[in-house]
Design a protein. Structure first.
Length: 257
């Protein structure tokens, strides 16, 4: 238990360091981004405009990295009781203005009292990420469906790094009727910086999965080229008591707190 305590403390100081550092970095990056944007306005001097674009793009990438560092730091925070309803309400507010005319948004809560132990902001961020991806996968319009329901998780086929335990889960599904993905894309989804988009960061799904792992949950993907994609997040209703597993594994994913 003592070794475990030391490991937890070491992890917490790492998270604190990451949290502090990313906070300071963000404060540095924001004025840089502004500067990049103002340089972009110098249309009469293409060199300045190019410089502006460079500064802005680097700044953006930096902010993304800071953001994932912040999520990492937050992963170390204590869990609270999260209401699925509250997460979905916040999501629908956040999505206002981002849903194009051709996309129909359906948000469905199967059990009004559905709740789980975790972090509201992180899960909301996660769902927002998935929804924005879904919208981008439907340039010609379609249906974006977000459903929260009770679920059981089939733990007979877990990935090596997954720690999910049998028990009661909340399933958060984000399904689109968009372009779907090829086997190749499907296999590389969680690679850092893997993106098929101009200006994509390739960090969205990775940080989503990290958040889900830090909740003791798992993420599943179903996709059919030309038909659409469905992401399912399985979050345990209550955290397992015995969390004596490694906190950070080789690829840096979180496993508990
Ligand atoms: P980004 O959105 O910046 O590219 P992500 O990690 O969120 O980074 O996604 C990685 C890649 O996964 C995307 O570039 C895209 O090819 C694919 N992808 C993600 N969500 C979907 C989706 N709903 N439909 C089709 N492809 C998707």
């Amino acid at each position: 238990a003592e070794a475990e305590l030391i490991r937890v403390q070491r992890f917490e100081s790492l998270a604190m360091l990451a949290g502090g550092l990313s906070h300071d970095l963000r404060n540095l990056l924001q004025p840089l981004l502004l500067a990049g944007d103002s340089l972009l306005d110098y249309q009469e001097d293409p060199r300045l405009a190019r410089l502006g674009a460079l500064v802005r793009d680097c700044g953006r990438r930096g902010l993304e990295m800071v953001q994932s560092m912040l999520s990492f730091a937050r992963g170390a925070r204590r869990a609270e009781q999260v209401k699925a309803r509250a997460v979905l309400d916040a999501l629908s507010l956040l999505l206002q203005g981002s849903v194009p005319r051709g996309v129909q948004l359906d948000i469905e809560l199967n059990d009004a009292e559905l709740s789980f132990e975790g972090n509201h902001t992180e899960l909301q961020q996660c769902l927002l990420n998935l929804c924005l991806n879904a919208i981008q996968a439907m340039p010609g319009g379609g249906i974006l469906r977000v459903v929260a329901s009770k679920a059981k998780l089939d733990t007979s086929f877990l990935l090596e790094q997954e720690e999910a335990q049998p028990g009661d889960y909340v399933r958060l599904s984000v399904a689109d009727t968009g372009q779907g993905m090829s086997e190749e894309v499907r296999g590389r989804l969680f690679e850092p910086f893997f993106t098929t988009k101009d200006g994509g960061t390739g960090l969205g799904l990775l940080s989503c999965r990290r958040i889900v792992y830090s909740h003791g949950g798992v993420m599943r993907v179903d996709s059919l080229l030309g038909e659409g994609t469905c992401f399912d997040l399985y979050i345990p209703v209550t955290r397992a008591v015995a969390e004596t597993t490694e906190l950070v594994d080789g690829d840096g994913s979180l496993h508990g707190n």
